[in-house]
Design a protein around this ligand. Structure first.
Ligand code: CMP
Length: 138
């Protein structure tokens, strides 16, 4: 059984589509095993996205991610990393498949509604960044 980290980003929370994202997760058979809402500081957003610190969009991304509350979740299921990435669609919503979360709701390559881990090693780091063992149900 695999786990991945999901974030509903500040644009998704502001636009009132937390329920829509969760509905799609549950409809696809993905289990939510941890969830909380928090408002990241700039430093916390920088720590989370530290792999991107050399990228030109790093400042703008971490400003955006600390601009309002987010919902973070741990998702569990067979092949859930890939399954959730398929539900989200491509990072750039203009390239995302029809029916994906980003195609339906994203407005910008940065303001793309959701985040999902891209591999087991990043999932382990990202889950540990937000949750301790007691906060994840078994
Ligand atoms: P996410 O999946 O959270 O991973 C890194 C984030 O950087 C990405 O979604 C976007 O929100 C943001 N981003 C902004 N510009 C780019 C870009 N040119 N390429 C990739 N990600 C970008």
């Amino acid at each position: 059984m695999q786990q991945t980290l999901s974030i509903i980003k500040p644009d998704g929370v502001k636009r009132g589509i937390i329920g829509e994202v969760i509905k799609r997760l549950e409809a696809s058979g993905i289990r939510i095993v941890a969830m909380k809402m928090l408002h990241l500081s700039k430093a916390q957003a920088e720590g989370f996205y530290s792999v991107h610190r050399e990228r030109p969009f790093f400042q703008s991304l971490t400003d955006f991610m600390s601009s309002g509350p987010v919902v973070v979740m741990v998702l569990e299921g067979e092949d859930v990393i890939q399954k959730y990435r398929t539900l989200m669609g491509a990072t750039d919503y203009r390239k995302a498949d029809e029916g994906t979360i980003r195609k339906d709701f994203a407005t910008d390559i940065e303001k793309n509604v959701v985040h999902g881990s891209d591999a087991p090693e990043t999932a382990a780091f990202e889950i540990g960044y937000f949750f301790n063992r007691l906060e994840i149900v078994h």
